[in-house]
Ligand binder design. Structure first.
Ligand code: ADP
Ligand code: ZN
Ligand code: ZN
Length: 726
């Protein structure tokens, strides 16, 4: 008798264990079933099968009445043994429910939850095929013509005349066959060719292949030919029948990389969240069937069901998009990649490696590979810093764009060169306030300021997406003195139009990326020189090749520095460095950084593209403050609809932590407020734990999780290795 161990679909630490069920028949491991749980039907996921001689004894031993599985959904396992053991490692490391990791691994229509059941299924195309041995006897001329073509190969039924097909079927000349359709069609025009590697590239490549180390950091300035190394290594692994997985921060920004891979290799799949459910389903199943050799994708592609994985490449390894922070599991794809390495190697690439990765390379825990020169020796752009607090630098024509930046834009426009302006904030104005009473328009469920978006004339919450119509009068005092303060991409576009009425201007931010093909069409237009100025958020700083851009303007560098994260300096440095790196891909260009903090070391070192000095300085700060890479962090986020109750509980939890943790080895920070103190109508507070070894906190956290999971008014979310809000 088989007892099936089933995880239910609900993500809750209280339910983070399998429940026993029986079934009259065989069910594959790692597949979905429908079970009743707490008098409700839900989807479950089979994670173990236990053989028992007597069900009665099993029930007696475990003390539970075992119910029947109502229905079996899948005929074969959805994930491999390897992926299941990876899921367990991830759940164990991030202290999150195992089912949340399995949900993250699978595409929407295969997820073990209710909504997947109405999801897409396999799509078929019907073909007409000539029956072997059928002759031309007894056919009309038109039927014979079609039959002749069918003898060369099968044809899609919908491409043929319906009556002719019917007649051919009647006369027993042909048959219909259904063939699975792959809804994802990758076009490749086979135009990229591998270059002969230059000396530096050759050394890095050979070094990688000949070493036995597991993890490598490829540190090379923008345009030094890192992608070329990825391509060469991929070829090397494919020749040895091993597969390659490549992670990129965002697909729309990596279309150049995707183009290079699809044009060089035959079996390349792309996995990312803006595919349709059908496309994701087909791609997932085909990867699993072994039909692809290379998978390129964003964060969750780290779970792609490739077997015989030889190489994982993570491009722009410093990017913040590799950390999931809005949904369980709160994983980092780099950490998961290391867990996934069994026989293979991991290559992390960046022009501005994260401090953690670079520090590990220094300690020889990662094998470092260097590319110091740009291909073709094009020099990096010359960068000037403009102090916006100095009135000599601005005038009444514009407070946003300095005189110097204006002069250079004008110069570039006259020479028919292109300009990129970086504005690290979308929308028109980040604050709408009343001049009479001081009232600030806030999101009703997050308690943060709403941003005015001019193109839709709405106020938008950038955290939860809440929208309302723009106001004409203050809702509190009815004054009409409603004031739009601050600026975002939309306002800079307006201002630039005013200053340069003849210029063609495009905007690129995540509002544009919500439209289908939004990013791609803007980038294509700009690459084809159909516009002169591109105004955008950090999206403009990533891997595009714009040969005619000779000027980069950073409208206000300070915005990035105020990010609520201990990584704010690092993020600002890489944002500025990578953006400036966009200028002068063909010949040396110019860059301007506008700031109120002209002496800030991050801004100055970014202007000089001096990563090494930045790294040493910032590392000293991290040491001083005992932040990673000198310690590890875990954030405990507690939330409740009742603020007073929450505040009270925070004190209790603090006492609990003080009592159970070794405070000589674990620093407990908090309780403290969060950057967003109220989110979706729940109040939030946090603790930060700092330690050198996870085992110092792990057991205490698991027990705390258990205690809190039984309290209905309080919720605990654990974020291991958090990257924001501290
Ligand atoms: P990165 O990924 O470091 O920014 P890329 O690999 O995109 O750099 O290379 C920048 C440009 O140089 C690309 O247009 C690429 O085709 C070209 N390139 C790279 N390696 C070579 C080489 N060995 N010889 C000639 N051109 C190269
Ligand atoms: Zn008012
Ligand atoms: Zn909100």
């Amino acid at each position: 008798m088989k007892v099936y161990q089933v995880l239910v679909e609900y993500v809750a630490s209280k339910l983070n264990r399998p429940f026993s069920y029986v079934y009259n028949g065989d069910i594959p491991l790692y597949s979905r079933v429908i079970v009743s749980f707490n008098n409700r039907q839900c989807v479950g996921f089979v994670i173990d099968i236990i053989e028992t001689d007597s069900l009665d004894e099993y029930q007696k031993k475990t003390g539970v009445i075992i119910k029947n599985i109502d229905q079996v959904i899948d005929e074969e396992p959805l994930i491999s043994e390897e992926l299941f053991s990876l899921a367990k490692k991830v759940a164990d490391y991030y202290l999150c429910p195992l089912i949340s990791v399995i949900l993250a691994m699978l595409p929407p229509s295969l997820k073990p939850n209710k909504s997947s059941l109405h999801g897409v299924k396999v799509a078929f195309d019907t073909y007409v095929e000539a029956l072997p041995g059928a002759t031309f006897d007894n056919l009309t001329v038109r039927q014979a013509e079609v039959f002749y073509k069918l003898n060369q190969g099968k044809i899609l039924k919908r491409d043929l005349s319906k009556t002719i097909v019917e007649n051919l079927l009647k006369k027993n000349k042909v048959r219909l066959v259904n063939i699975e359709r792959n809804r994802l069609k990758l076009e490749s025009d086979k135009k990229y060719q591998l270059h002969e590697l230059n000396d530096e590239q050759k050394i890095a490549y050979e070094d990688f292949i000949s070493s036995d180390d597991k993890v490598y950091l490829l540190y090379g300035v923008t345009g030094s030919g890192k992608t070329e190394i990825y391509l060469n290594l991929t070829r090397y692994y494919l020749e040895r029948n091993q597969k390659v997985l490549i992670l990129v921060p965002e697909i729309a920004l990596s279309y150049l990389m995707v183009e290079r891979f699809t044009s060089l290799f035959d079996k390349v799949a792309v996995l990312h969240s803006s595919l349709s459910d059908g496309e994701r389903y087909d791609t997932y199943r085909n990867i699993k069937k072994g039909e692809y050799d290379v998978v390129i994708g964003t964060r969750s592609a780290i779970f792609a069901p490739l077997d015989n994985l030889g190489l994982i490449i993570i491009d722009e390894e410093h990017a913040d998009t590799y950390k999931q922070e809005d949904n369980l599991p709160y994983y980092n794809a780099l950490t998961v990649a290391k867990m996934r390495l069994i026989n293979g190697k991991l290559l992390l690439g960046s022009a501005t490696p994260s401090l953690e990765s670079k520090a590990r390379a220094l300690k020889k825990r990662y094998h470092e590979l260097r590319l110091t020169k740009r291909v073709n020796d094009i020099s990096l752009p010359e960068c000037e810093i403009v102090d916006m607090s100095d009135y000599h630098n601005i005038d009444r024509n514009s407070f946003l764009i300095s005189k110097r930046l204006r002069e250079l834009i004008k110069d570039n426009l006259e020479k028919q060169e292109q300009v990129i302006l970086l504005v690290n904030r979308r929308g028109f104005a980040p604050f709408i306030s009343c001049k009479s009473c001081g009232h600030i328009m806030k999101c009703p469920s997050c308690d943060t300021a709403l941003t005015y978006h001019k193109d839709i004339n709405k106020l938008v919450c950038h955290h939860c997406g809440y929208e309302e119509d723009m106001i004409l009068t203050c809702p509190k005092c009815h004054s009409s003195k409603v004031y739009k303060s601050g600026f975002g991409t939309e306002r800079v576009v307006d201002e630039t139009k005013k200053l340069f009425p003849e210029a063609r201007i495009l905007r690129l931010d995540s509002d544009i990326s919500k439209r289908k093909n939004g990013i791609k069409s803007v980038i294509d237009k700009f690459s084809n020189h159909e516009a002169d100025i591109l105004v955008g958020t950090q999206i403009v700083s990533k891997g595009h090749d714009f040969p005619h851009v000779n000027l980069i303007g950073v409208v206000l560098a300070d915005i990035a520095l105020s990010l609520p994260s201990y990584k704010a300096n690092e993020r600002t440095f890489s944002l500025l460095t990578q953006t400036i790196g966009r200028a002068g891909r063909r010949n040396a260009g110019k860059a301007i950084i506008q700031t109120y903090l002209p002496d800030n070391f991050v801004i100055n070192l970014a202007a000089k593209q001096d990563y090494d000095t930045f790294f040493n300085k910032e590392l000293r700060y991290r040491h001083l403050l005992q932040n990673p890479p000198y310690t590890y962090l875990t954030m405990l986020i507690l939330s409740s609809e009742d603020e007073d109750f929450l505040v009270e509980k925070m004190d209790e939890i603090k006492k609990y932590l003080l009592f159970h943790l070794d405070i000589n080895q674990v620093e407990i920070l908090g309780p403290s407020t969060m950057f967003i103190n109220k989110y979706l109508n729940r109040y939030r507070r946090k603790f930060i734990l700092k330690y050198k070894d996870f085992s110092l906190v792990k057991d205490t956290l698991i027990t705390l999780q258990d205690i809190i999971s039984s309290q209905s008014k309080l919720q605990l979310t654990i974020d291991v290795d958090p990257e924001q809000d501290y």
